[in-house]
Every structure is written in structure tokens, then in C-alpha cells.
Design a binder for this molecule. Structure first.
Ligand code: SAH
Length: 196
């Protein structure tokens, strides 16, 4: 398939912040994603007390699901508005603190301590800062990353997961010649070459 028309396209962080400000967030699923419900067992694989990562998390309600199941959730999101809306919409008290390793970044943590959301670009993170994860829910993340940044994103994600981790990835199948994205079209062959 010809994805040439999307290759050069870039959505800037500023544009994402604007989407949040304008309430232009059609990607947000208030009821959570049915595919996570369906594949929860694959993600958890019978294990408890996992560390689960939500890249480009928005205010995904699935973070609350996993925290309520006793797992520890870490997300990263550029929009502070999104992060604050997550906590307020679930009536979760939180505190915020600077992240010493990343200039300008803040970490918002639920008072109970099991949900930590970094407000910064995902490219500022490393396993030295956030540790490694047992599971990843990648929905609206790889497909939202600019095509020119995909390799960098995938390498970073690989560096953030433990050996025995599960990585659930949602992509969207459509004709990339008809829509400019995001979400961007990521062909299966590319997923294979990115993640091996
Ligand atoms: N995963 C969420 C949101 C998907 S939309 C969900 O399922 O609802 C993609 C999100 O990524 C937006 O909220 C946008 O603000 C955020 N984002 C875009 N680029 C980012 C980056 N480089 N680092 C962190 N967050 C980013």
C-alpha cells in the first residue's frame, strides 16, 4: 500500500495542546476500549501487581481500570489539561511535583500512589527515570506518533519494557490515500520491522 502521502506529515505538540483546549478529542473513549476488555488476560497473563505503561495516555479511563485491579500505572502526556481532567473526572486526589531529570516536566501522582502521569514529551523519558514495565497499552499512541518519529518511538518503547512483558497495540486499518491522519496508518509489515 502507498503510505507516501502521510510520510511527511507532522502534528506538532502545539497542535495537540490546541486539540485539548478546543475539546477536539474525538479519540477519547469515555467507556474505555472494548479491545482492552477483550485482551485483558493477554496483558496480565495471570500476574498481579504489575507496572503498566500508557504512552501518550490522554485521559484514558483504562488507567483507572488497571489501578483498581491493583496494578501500578504510569502514563505520559504532553497536555497538562488532559492529565488534570483524568484525575478530576475520576475524583482522584493527586499531588504534582517537578521531575528533576527533565526540565519543565511535572509528575502528577494520585495520593494513593498507584497512578503516576508524567506531563512532558515521551521522548524525554528513559528507563532511568520511569523504570521498566511489565505491560503496555498502546492505543492512540504509535498511530499518533509522527511517521518520521516512529523508529525513535519504537526503540524507546523497547527500552522501557521488561523481558517478560506484554505489549498490546491497537492500530487502525484504512486507506491512507484518503485520510491524512492522525491516527496515522501503520501497516503490519512496518510494525514487524519496528518491533521485531
Ligand atoms: N491514548 C489516549 C490518547 C490518544 S491521542 C487514548 O487512548 O485516549 C494521543 C495523545 O498523545 C494526545 O492526548 C496528545 O496530547 C498526546 N501526545 C502527542 N504527542 C506526544 C508526545 N510526544 N509525548 C506525550 N504525549 C503526546
Amino acid at each position: 500500500s502507498d503510505v507516501g502521502s502521510q510520510k511527511e506529515r507532522v502534528v506538532t505538540e502545539e497542535e495537540w495542546l490546541q486539540k485539548w483546549e478546543m475539546g477536539n478529542i474525538g479519540f477519547h473513549k469515555e467507556q474505555g476500549h472494548p479491545l482492552l476488555q477483550k485482551y485483558m488476560d493477554v496483558l496480565l497473563n495471570g500476574r498481579s501487581g504489575l507496572r503498566i505503561f500508557f504512552p501518550l495516555c490522554g485521559k484514558a479511563v483504562e488507567m483507572k481500570w488497571l489501578a483498581d485491579m491493583g496494578h501500578s500505572v504510569v502514563g505520559v502526556e504532553v497536555s497538562e489539561q488532559a492529565v488534570k481532567e483524568f484525575f478530576s473526572e475520576h475524583s482522584l486526589p493527586y499531588c504534582e511535583e517537578p521531575v528533576p531529570e527533565i526540565s519543565g516536566a511535572k509528575m502528577f501522582q494520585s495520593t494513593s500512589g498507584n497512578i503516576s502521569l508524567y506531563c512532558c514529551s515521551i521522548y524525554d523519558l528513559s528507563s532511568l527515570i520511569v523504570g521498566k514495565f511489565d505491560g503496555v497499552w498502546d492505543r492512540g499512541a504509535l498511530v499518533a506518533v509522527n511517521p518520521c518519529d516512529r523508529q525513535r518511538y519504537a526503540s524507546l518503547m523497547i527500552s522501557l519494557v521488561e523481558k517478560n512483558s506484554s505489549y498490546l497495540l491497537v492500530t487502525v486499518s484504512y486507506d491512507p490515500n484518503k485520510h491524512k491522519g492522525p491516527p496515522f496508518y501503520v501497516p503490519e509489515s512496518e510494525i514487524k520491522s519496528l518491533f521485531g
